[in-house]
Design a protein. Structure first.
Length: 55
């Protein structure tokens, strides 16, 4: 995962005024894909009881 680099790159591209207004949206856009991957893993591991090598 490249979460830190995505956040840094997005905040670097935005100018200072936009950076303060869009920092919440950048944070959500960077973290949301990671959260979904963890939710998928935990659902498969504990909900469907699949072994980790099969997931």
């Amino acid at each position: 995962m490249n979460t830190p680099s995505h956040a840094i790159l997005n905040l670097f591209i935005l100018n200072q005024q936009m950076r303060t207004q869009a920092s919440g949206a950048v944070f959500i856009g960077v973290i949301l894909p990671e959260v979904l991957i963890f939710l998928f893993y935990f659902l498969m591991k504990f909900g469907y009881r699949l072994p980790s090598n099969q997931i």
